[in-house]
Design a binder for this molecule. Sequence first.
Ligand SMILES: [Zn+2]
Length: 406
Amino acid sequence: MIYGQIGNIELVKQLNSAVVYGLIDQQGPISRIQIAELSQLAPASITKITRQLLERGLIQEVEQQASTGGRRAVSIITENRPFHTVAVRLGRNGATITLYNLSGKSIAEESCLLPERTQQALEKGLLTAIGNFINTYQHKIRELIAIAVSLPGLIDPENGVVKYMPHISVDNWQLGNIISECFNVRCFIGHDIRSLALAEHYFGATQDCEDSMLIRIHRGTGAGFIINGQIFLGKNRNVGEIGHIQVEPLGERCYCGNFGCLETIASNSAIEQRVRHMLSQGYNSKLTPDDCGIVAICKAANKGDELAVKVLNDVGHQLGKAISIAINLFNPQKVVISGDITIAEKTLLNAIQRCVDNQVLINFRTNLPIVISQLDHRSAIGSFALVKRAMLNGILLQHLMGENND
Ligand SMILES: [Zn+2]
């Protein structure tokens, strides 16, 4: 377990601080009395913890005119501006690196190519890119509290180890420790789609619910599940491989070795290839073989282009089948669809909804919103969500408050 090395007293301190900080973060401006009521912690503990948080600059006091007039009450809010995170979304050919303050505001962003094909070369390229980014934006960074990286593959988030990546061979890649030692700061590593689902919960479409699922269509199809406000992850770690649900028994061969997996149909390249193939067969369309990227296809569908609508309808139908299975299994409060394909929101969501209406238990689909993402799926916001989580669960918070906080 995560807390294996921490003594019980330390753990209780960490959790109490996290509860207080979390209440101030989510409900501030809030008074100490309200914090005591909501947290059920003793007022003396609240006084002590808020004093430590104040000393560290993580919260600030604001004077509020009490609504009943006259007396001024002191309320507390979090202080987000001086604390910075470098968040990295590592893709197959490059990385997006973003500087966030603790409120999730993007301060600076750069994309860079990292076409390295071995673990060693990628590690070197990534460390250089992060180092250059920090140097470039040094003047905007008050205190760097963490670096976070999200990437596709199989990840051990507790130990910051990358076990598998889809496009290069890795051998127990201790990326978290390596970055942490190189830049002398805490580092958090997570899976890109699951991190995005968490970001949606903190900052996007699923802030109003505890159980949700996010499906991202990009190079493949993946899913992230949020259960009770936490990323759903088992002992075997990898979950949500929705892209490898078979939707076409006589379909194309998938890279996983099976046939007719969802992502042989619902991925950007599969959609583009299908349109190109149909154009070559003489289907009537405004699209041309030279201009049929996913964005162009979605825009054509929005203008009523018959070929684009047909193809996206079919993709939506296949997605809908797999999503219906997932809803029947997990009974979420909301489903979020993410990826460039959501540009064709209406066509896509209608096709998915038709499947859900026919294939999901009525109790599970009643009042179940299926919506498009509010966050840019190409950004590093998912990585930043890992840092936000470490503040709210106390792991990073306790680290920032230091050991001598008695
Ligand atoms: Zn497959």
